[in-house]
Design a protein around this ligand. Structure first.
Ligand code: FCB
Length: 450
């Protein structure tokens, strides 16, 4: 056994998102979001679950901050619900919404916890979807306006911002696959959405900086190292294209001002509606790179596919890592590999692990203890892999476990439990899991015996 250590000042935290935990879906002047509409549509979410109540954190946030403080967390990644701030996605702000997040930020600071808000974690105001949603490039400017409003209200106290959560996921699953809100299935809508979101990232970055030039601004990118299925050169090339598309489509634009080489015949700029001057607008010299990572992706060449010429065949190789209850493979090396790849490709830059975690259904036993040993094993593995990446030169500043609480897991409803803290959704009782206690010790000691 050897000691796994983290750098001094490393941030230990957890992450949540507004729609997944807040509930109070129509309180205090909040507008409808695309997730309200989607979840209220029969057949969209498993068991008909909705985020109407979720963890009721819009009302119980004081308890949740007390939990984090008790567990020694020093950073909290939460998201701001755009429809609480601008109920219809445009126009004057709703002061009650801003006041709510102002109180939350003040209480976090008083508890010694760094607030790390995300401006967009998927709950688009429905009114903007009615205007065309992310495929409509006007949304880029709307998002920048909203970013400016929030920065003006909170930027005296919030120093670190995340613009977008997982742009690759919400565009793909929301507009191409249709499994997430708004549930569209259109390749052209999807392609245009990816470009609007890139514009939104660039414009909102500048909006935040125009109010507070010293703010630290990043995005939380969904990332997964792409491995070729075989030794075949065609699979290797396909894995690289898949990497370019899923890991780099919103990062290369920001940091290099160009779309990466994901498409066999180059990016379909016309179908994406890329116009003159856009590639300057998408640029954003991000102050840190946020990485959300769960597992790896195995990729196979697909010569008949004229787009990426590649297809993912899963997140695991048969018989290798164990699976979580979501079916995702536990593969700690994926975090090590991805952090080093980003470091190699973009130079040593500050990185924040903005999400990492696992779904296991373990609940309280007869004594009320939640013995989620498998989550402890998961954390031990991934944190060990992260420490190795730091040793190898990566500049990682913090780690956020997904999630603080069991919560509304999108199309899976309440069926997947990712929390360090168990939530009984009928009574809203919170119970710290054994993994939550283990993680608290790691935070207190800034390391563990590996
Ligand atoms: C990520 C999302 C987050 C959560 C986890 C499990 O893709 O950003 O909201 O649902 O997956």
């Amino acid at each position: 056994m050897s000691r796994v250590r983290f750098p001094d000042g490393f941030h230990w935290g957890s992450a949540t998102a507004s729609y997944q935990i807040e509930g109070a879906w129509d309180a205090d002047g909040k507008g409808e979001s695309i997730w309200d509409r989607f979840a209220h549509t029969p057949g969209r979410v498993r068991n008909g679950d909705t985020g109407d109540v979720a963890c009721d954190s819009y009302r119980r946030w004081r308890d949740d901050i007390a939990l984090m403080k008790g567990l020694g967390h020093t950073s909290y990644r939460f998201s701001i619900a755009w429809p609480r701030i601008q109920p219809a996605g445009k126009g004057a702000p709703n002061s009650k919404g801003l006041e709510h997040y102002g109180r939350l930020v003040d209480a976090l600071l008083a508890a010694g916890i760094r607030p790390l808000p995300t401006l967009y974690h998927w709950d688009l105001p429905q009114a903007l979807e009615d205007d065309g949603g992310w495929p409509n490039r006007d949304l880029a400017g709307r998002f920048a306006d909203y970013a400016e409003i929030v920065t003006k209200a909170l930027g005296d106290r919030v120093k670190h911002w995340i613009l977008l959560n997982e742009p690759a996921i919400f565009t793909t699953i929301g507009y191409l696959a249709g499994h997430h809100a708004p549930g569209r299935k259109s390749r052209d809508d999807f392609l245009r959405a990816t470009h609007t979101v890139n514009l939104a990232q660039g414009l909102s970055f500048r909006a935040v900086k125009s109010v507070h030039p010293n703010a630290c601004v990043g995005t939380a990118f969904s990332m997964s190292p792409c491995e070729p299925e075989s030794d075949d050169a065609a699979d290797a090339a396909a894995a690289e294209r898949w990497h370019a598309f899923f890991n780099d489509w919103y990062l290369s634009t920001a940091l290099r001002g160009r779309y990466p080489d994901a498409f066999v015949s180059g990016p379909p700029l016309d179908r994406m509606d890329v116009r003159d001057g856009d590639m300057d607008l998408v640029r954003a010299e991000l102050d840190f790179i946020g990485i959300n990572l769960y597992t790896r992706t195995i990729v196979r060449a697909q010569p008949r596919d004229p787009n990426l010429g590649a297809t993912p065949v899963g997140s695991a190789r048969d018989g290798q890592g164990p699976r979580t209850d979501f079916g995702w493979e536990v593969w700690p090396d994926s975090l090590h590999e991805m952090v080093l790849r980003v470091t190699k490709d973009y130079g040593p830059r500050p990185i924040e692990i903005t999400e990492n975690g696992c779904s296991y259904a373990d609940g309280p036993d007869a004594n009320g203890t939640v013995r989620d040993e498998r989550r402890i094993d998961f954390l031990r593995g991934y944190l060990g892999a992260l420490a190795r990446a730091i040793e190898a030169g990566a500049d990682v500043r913090g780690y956020h476990a997904w999630s603080l609480l069991d919560n509304f897991e999108w199309a899976e409803g309440m069926a997947q439990r990712f929390g360090l803290v168990h939530v009984d959704f009928a009574s809203q009782k919170r119970t710290i899991k054994e993994s939550g206690r283990w993680y608290a010790r790691v935070a207190a000691e800034n390391g563990f015996d590996g």
